[in-house]
Design a binder for this molecule. Structure first.
Ligand code: ADP
Ligand code: MG
Length: 251
């Protein structure tokens, strides 16, 4: 479904992604882990062309999208729902408007249809009473849920999460996951996450460091290999246990 070939990305002199090669099959659940600054977000942003690769090619359903024009990019982004690390909500728009803006603007839904769907999704993510609030009145976890509702408006076959569940406590995280289960099962999912539950359930874990893929495989495979994954897992295990004991989180 998604083929990444020799993808490199530099910002000025700094090479942030170095010759990344990866194939993601339809329906696959991929989890990316690695230290902060290792290039995880940049990789995801290259996939939907929010960042232009410096070299290499990205194929989406067999089509080389690397040189896509504006129109093709919009089409691609309709097929790829993304929840950003910092949610990217418009501060001057209400929650409902944040959610309905794109589908109405792109002519995919009428304003009425979009409103109705937005209300339904806000209900599902547990924020039915926040439709007319502005983002500044919401907590980090609530903003995150708005960003998830916004993503679900598209009914995209590929769902991309950039550390998107990190601002919510474990209990809310579990609730959202339960709520998203239907969509997640059907979709191709690419997610940056260090949560043990995500890692254990992944079809493929990609371990990144310094712009390179260090290891790739399932949890069972990686846990028995020499490499950074074992340490990441152990550190995360302890942190997840603390979270479960303590409740709220701030990553
Ligand atoms: P991660 O998501 O793994 O924490 P990022 O992909 O956000 O890593 O960042 C990787 C590196 O690229 C970091 O050193 C970061 O400072 C740099 N970087 C990311 N975006 C930009 C940008 N727009 N301009 C310059 N440097 C950037
Ligand atoms: Mg990041």
């Amino acid at each position: 479904m998604i083929d990444v070939k020799h993808l490199s990305k530099s910002f000025g002199e700094v090479e942030v992604l170095k010759d990344i090669n990866e194939t993601i099959e339809k329906g696959e659940k991929v989890v990316i882990v690695g230290p902060s600054g290792s290039g995880k977000s940049t990789f995801l942003r290259c996939l939907n062309l929010m960042e232009k690769p410096t070299s290499g090619d990205i194929f989406f359903e067999g089509e080389n999208i690397t040189q896509a024009n504006e129109h093709e990019m919009n089409k691609l982004r309709q097929r790829m729902g993304m929840v950003f690390q910092h949610f990217n909500l418009f501060p001057h728009l209400t929650i409902k408007k944040n959610i309905t803006l794109a589908p109405v603007k792109l002519g995919l839904m009428t304003a009425n249809e979009a409103d109705k769907k937005a209300e339904e999704l806000l209900e599902r993510v547990g924020l039915p009473d926040k439709a007319d609030e502005y983002p500044s009145r919401l907590s980090g976890g609530q903003k995150q849920r708005v960003a998830i509702a916004r993503m679900l408006m598209k009914q995209a076959p590929v769902l991309v999460f950039d550390d998107s569940l990190s601002a919510v406590d474990t209990e809310t995280d579990n609730k959202i996951r339960k709520e998203l289960k239907k969509e997640m099962e059907k979709a191709t999912v690419i997610m940056i996450s260090h949560r043990i539950t995500s890692l254990m359930q992944a079809d493929c874990i990609i371990v990144m460091d310094k712009g390179e893929i260090q290891q790739m495989g399932t949890h069972e495979e990686l846990i028995h290999q020499e490499g950074p994954y074992k340490d990441i897992y152990e550190i995360q295990m302890n942190s997840d246990i603390r979270l479960m004991e303590g409740g709220a989180v701030c990553e």
